[in-house]
Design a protein around this ligand. Structure first.
Ligand SMILES: *[C@@H]1O[C@H](CO)[C@@H](O)[C@H](O)[C@H]1NC(C)=O
Ligand SMILES: *[C@@H]1O[C@H](CO)[C@@H](O)[C@H](O)[C@H]1NC(C)=O
Ligand SMILES: *[C@@H]1O[C@H](CO)[C@@H](O)[C@H](O)[C@H]1NC(C)=O
Ligand SMILES: *[C@@H]1O[C@H](CO)[C@@H](O)[C@H](O)[C@H]1NC(C)=O
Ligand SMILES: *[C@@H]1O[C@H](CO)[C@@H](O)[C@H](O)[C@H]1NC(C)=O
Ligand SMILES: *[C@@H]1O[C@H](CO)[C@@H](O)[C@H](O)[C@H]1NC(C)=O
Ligand SMILES: *[C@@H]1O[C@H](CO)[C@@H](O)[C@H](O)[C@H]1NC(C)=O
Ligand SMILES: *[C@@H]1O[C@H](CO)[C@@H](O)[C@H](O)[C@H]1NC(C)=O
Ligand SMILES: *[C@@H]1O[C@H](CO)[C@@H](O)[C@H](O)[C@H]1NC(C)=O
Ligand SMILES: *[C@@H]1O[C@H](CO)[C@@H](O)[C@H](O)[C@H]1NC(C)=O
Ligand SMILES: *[C@@H]1O[C@H](CO)[C@@H](O)[C@H](O)[C@H]1NC(C)=O
Ligand SMILES: *[C@@H]1O[C@H](CO)[C@@H](O)[C@H](O)[C@H]1NC(C)=O
Length: 663
């Protein structure tokens, strides 16, 4: 059925490009690679939205600079904006944390008075972050389940065995690639709850609803009386807006198509909200009032002509005020609202109308964090010969031509010349945040300036392959990559708890149940956050669907979300009735240490159960996880895991072939 939809989609792609069709715009003098890239960009590009602030829709526009002209700053501290916002937010987390910890039954500690006292000295107050990995729709939906479980607005989330209120207690909410779709989608939709997005399904017309993945990103949103014409209009709109940006003088790439298409699925606004900017979050009432955590998305820097990204890559973050990095290469931040302006040596070049607004389109930024095509390409290339050589060569050309990267007129031009790798390039070129192997967005959260105590790390990575037993489950690869990077020069003061090799993760079950890393902070060189690792595992549903599965009906979507809810609550605490207590202990751990407070016995018992104790077992074994909940809790239909991959890959290949054939 999926393949059929894909085929139907091909017809519309073909309709977009042949010069014979008069109604649709065609690429001017496209190269084979351009046409293939654009055809591929379309199916890979469909998610969500924000606040309509851009002056001219998707097209960045020159405006007069504000009297306080935008500048680049050194990354030696947090921004004033973040520091000021933190006062408001962290104060708001006090009552949320009291309510949460009060429910967690931490025998031997009066959590109410403990938090009240800690609140008098902000450095004593627990500082919580949540991070969701990449992995396409699987990751987005698994993370959605986790966030729903942490959100006290979710029905029944504050009963016994539940974790609702953790989201309200958190300072940071980070996302990478598929994880960035969840974070971006919530913030572009007024930080609504996962539950209310899903409840849109009950409305008679689904038209314009968010998170409709029943039709692939290639087909576009479902409309009443769906026809090829609607899909063609959708594709034409995406195509036209990107062309308009291009005509305005900005070098567009595959990421522009991808980001526009994602917006249709993720942003609840007409035409995917082309005017929604990421910087508009900083002006949203609920964000300003500190009623939401701070969103952070992650991307990797990758130079043109470079295909592989390693642990040495510069890692960039997008937050509501800035784009930049603490890495000692670029080591700078730019005001995100004025991206696209002609920065040089840290200032906007003098002249009228030299500032640019609207470059920070929310879909473009989510698309940048998830320039999945290239990631897909890298995985496809290493996979089992599903793809014939000719197609592989075409895909390789696209990668080498750098059509997969996202271009940002380089705001760091002429800045930090001595250390920067990009001080003399006109474009800052960014790619999917998972390309350096660090698929969980931990980098912004382990910066010493942020003083994070505990990170809830939701890992939906597809690390295992059929060679390892069952495919598309995490096996700790991302944590290993983050740990190893702290030994490189680029680490610049970040530290991360020791983690074992992936085979140990598998053999000890550390990738199958929650595990705490870094419980004993004296085992690290400086104060490192405690990591609460929450790996995707089959509680009620086999959610190990392929990263390249682009199509989900509402039932399967909801099953993956429900399984994600189980992943972080251990099946509503049915697998350990003390799990919420142990989560509370993890939240308090670093704070108790700073305030020299005796650790309650119940917490020590938790740490014995959930902390990795340093044991290693690297004997080769396969991983084929069984359902963790009783059979009567298992949801109706089984997913075979790999099932999505074959049609999706075949579909991508066919799209390229179709374009080549019509050329
Ligand atoms: C950031 O803070 C500066 C003052 O430090 C203020 O002028 C500016 O408006 C703030 N930016 C945003 C987007 O809130
Ligand atoms: C902190 O929050 C409390 C309510 O939770 C509020 O009464 C108080 O004014 C806030 N303090 C600051 C400095 O914002
Ligand atoms: C959720 O937490 C916030 C912050 O503590 C609180 O203001 C709100 O009333 C809570 N909502 C529910 C439904 O419990
Ligand atoms: C709280 O934990 C104690 C053990 O520390 C246990 O005896 C008690 O039943 C728990 N209470 C609830 C409401 O779960
Ligand atoms: C909430 O819990 C009640 C009682 O266990 C149950 O009947 C109801 O279905 C639950 N609602 C949701 C939305 O899970
Ligand atoms: C955004 O959500 C808040 C609740 O957090 C609500 O009060 C407000 O009206 C919403 N704003 C819009 C524009 O929907
Ligand atoms: C990282 O990059 C620096 C130069 O920027 C180089 O000296 C170093 O060898 C690289 N390290 C690795 C592990 O690639
Ligand atoms: C950095 O390099 C640019 C040219 O690439 C130059 O204009 C600028 O003066 C340099 N800055 C410093 C501080 O050396
Ligand atoms: C873990 O995942 C990595 C990355 O996909 C893979 O290369 C490795 O074989 C896996 N190892 C185990 C033991 O699952
Ligand atoms: C981080 O890098 C910056 C810029 O190179 C440097 O000034 C700073 O001292 C470094 N911090 C640490 C802790 O190494
Ligand atoms: C939804 O998708 C699942 C998994 O692909 C499939 O088994 C099920 O039959 C589908 N349900 C409907 C109503 O299409
Ligand atoms: C403690 O640190 C050492 C060296 O960093 C590491 O090998 C060991 O696994 C760590 N132990 C735990 C329990 O984290």
């Amino acid at each position: 059925m999926k393949a059929q939809t894909a085929l139907a989609g091909l017809v519309s792609v073909a309709a977009l490009f042949p010069e014979a069709s008069a109604e649709v715009v065609v690429i001017r003098n496209p190269s084979v690679e351009q046409a293939a890239a654009e055809a591929l960009a379309v199916p890979l590009a469909a998610l969500k939205r924000s606040a309509p602030e851009a002056p001219n829709g998707y097209v960045p526009t020159h405006v007069d600079c504000p009297s306080d002209r935008p500048t680049i700053r050194e990354a030696s501290s947090l921004s004033n904006n973040e520091t000021e916002w933190l006062y408001v937010r962290r104060n708001n987390t006090v009552s949320a944390m009291k309510t949460l910890l009060g429910r967690m039954n931490i025998t031997g500690l009066d959590t109410n008075s403990y938090i009240d006292n800690a609140a008098k000295n902000v450095s004593a107050l627990p500082n919580i972050a949540i991070a969701g990995s990449g992995g396409g729709y699987r990751a987005m939906l698994n993370y959605a389940g986790a966030v729903a479980a942490f959100d006290n607005r979710t029905t029944n989330s504050t009963g016994a065995g539940q974790l609702g209120g953790l989201l309200q207690s958190a300072t940071y909410l980070a996302g990478l690639s598929g994880g960035s779709w969840l974070v971006g989608s919530l913030f572009m939709n007024n930080f609504t709850s996962v539950e209310s997005i899903l409840s849109q399904d009950t409305s008679a017309s689904k038209s314009g609803d968010t998170w409709q993945f029943e039709q692939t990103i290639l087909d576009g949103p479902e409309e009443s009386g769906l026809s090829i014409l609607n899909t063609a209009e959708y594709l034409k709109d995406i195509y036209d807006t990107v062309q308009d940006k291009n005509s305005a003088g900005y070098e567009t790439t595959i990421t522009d198509y991808w980001g526009r298409a994602l917006s249709y699925q993720l942003i609840n606004a007409s035409m995917g909200g082309p005017s929604y900017t990421f910087s508009s979050i900083a002006d949203a009432d609920n964000f300003l009032a500190g009623d939401t955590p701070m969103p952070i998305l992650v991307s990797d820097g990758r130079a043109r002509g470079q295909l592989v990204v390693n642990g040495n890559a510069t890692i960039y973050e997008f937050n509501p005020w800035e784009l930049g990095t603490f890495d000692p290469t670029t080591f700078a931040f730019a005001p995100i609202r004025y991206l696209g302006s002609n920065f040089s040596d840290g200032v906007v070049v003098q002249g009228d109308m030299q500032c640019v607004r609207g470059f920070d389109n929310a879909g473009y930024i989510m698309g940048t964090s998830s320039s999945l095509f290239n990631e897909a390409f890298l995985q496809v290339n290493g996979s089992t010969g599903l793809i014939n050589e000719a197609i592989t060569a075409i895909l390789a050309n696209i990668g080498q031509d750098n059509d997969d990267i996202a271009n940002y007129p380089n705001p760091f031009f002429g800045y930090n010349n001595a250390t920067s790798r990009i001080a003399d390039t006109d474009q800052l070129t960014l790619v999917d945040g998972g390309e350096d192997g660090q698929n969980i967005p931990l980098h912004p959260l382990i910066q010493p300036e942020r003083n994070v105590d505990v990170i809830f790390a939701i890992d939906s990575s597809a690390d295992t392959t059929d060679v390892n037993g069952a495919p598309n489950w995490p096996n700790g690869t991302s944590l290993v990559a983050t740990y190893e990077r702290t030994f490189l020069g680029i680490a610049n003061g970040t530290s991360f708890p020791a983690v074992p090799d992936q085979q140990t993760f598998v053999n000890l079950g550390l990738n199958n149940r929650p595990t705490f890393f870094g419980c004993n902070s004296s085992n690290t060189t400086s104060m490192t956050p405690l990591i609460v690792y929450l790996p995707n595992a089959p509680y009620a549903y086999h959610s190990n669907v392929s990263t390249f599965d682009l199509q989900y009906n509402d039932t399967e979507r909801n099953y993956i979300i429900e399984n994600g809810y189980d992943v972080v609550t251990m099946g509503n605490s049915t697998l350990d009735s003390e799990w919420p207590t142990c989560v509370g202990c993890a939240i308090l751990s670093r704070s108790l240490e700073r305030t020299n407070t005796q650790v309650p016995d119940v917490c020590n018992q938790c740490f014995q159960r959930y902390c990795w104790d340093g044991t290693v077992n690297s004997t080769a074994n396969t991983y084929v996880p069984a359902y963790k909940l009783p059979q009567n809790d298992v949801l109706a239909f089984k997913s075979g895991g790999l099932k999505g991959a074959v049609p999706s890959l075949a579909f991508a290949v066919s799209a390229v072939t179709a374009v080549l054939m019509v050329m």
